[in-house]
Write a protein that binds this ligand. Sequence first.
Ligand code: UTP
Length: 296
Amino acid sequence: MTNATKSEIKKVRKAVFPIAGLGTRFLPATKVMPKEMLTLVDRPLIQHAVEEAKAAGIEEFIFVTGRFKEMLNEHFDYQPELMETLEKRGKHELVEKVRECQLPEGSLFLTRQPKPLGLGHAIWCARKLVGDEPFAIMLPDDVVLAKTPCLKQMVDAYNTTGGNLVAVMDVPREDTSKYGILDAAETKGNLTNIKGLVEKPKPADAPSTLSIIGRYILQPEVFDYLEKFETGAGGEIQLTDAMAKLIGKQPFHGFHYEGQRYDCGSRLGFIEANIAFALHDPEIGADVKKIVKSHA
Ligand code: UTP
């Protein structure tokens, strides 16, 4: 499939944040509190994802929420009592920090996934809000520490290639059954042409070790396949299976981003991410380094 010409490439203005999962790997922490509210240094995972989307020029933020997830929407609301109290106390820096969480009026859109039937189903629940234009998907439990935010890198690449783009990283072969895996054709620069996609293949069956991480730019035609509600790996409606059906009909690339990805959906990945982000924090980084050394 050849790349789209520049005039055909529609701007990516919308991002979907699927946040209706159960977060079972973090129980009991996630019994009442959503996984996406877990704190990476000083802000919840969902705020890291929203900030990354803002840096990529996203204008509309679509949350696919579920039961007990209201806290996630409220985090981005105006909080007048808190702001007033902080103002009165002269805590201007904190006022700024709280203000940074607010999303511009009319830019946050909510839809619900009544049952966690899988990532593909969650994305399908956003179809009316996305409409007929390309859109990004961000999984807030995948966090990328990078000089240029990962989604911004992807949008820049997309503005040349058009079509569909998924962020990819190389994983050890024994881990392929945790990811969507590429059947990869040729690689040019940071783009790999995709021949096929398989969700969670056994190591022996995996066509490569290039795995999809939680950043996507997709064309709206993916909804035509999601609406068939076909179940795949784990009995869930898988986004990977619907994306695989677009291959050959539209350009489809794996994008090799610059940066370090952390799987904040797992306890080990979340702890590693906290250490890495804390070490990069201008206020506490040096002291965190001392603490880490003292535990080595
Ligand atoms: P995960 O695959 O990490 O699933 O979802 P999960 O249910 O949140 O967590 P575990 O595996 O039980 O610990 C990746 C992202 O997709 C969302 C999740 O909220 C998370 O942000 N998701 C997943 C949905 O919105 N709906 C689903 O049906 C499944």
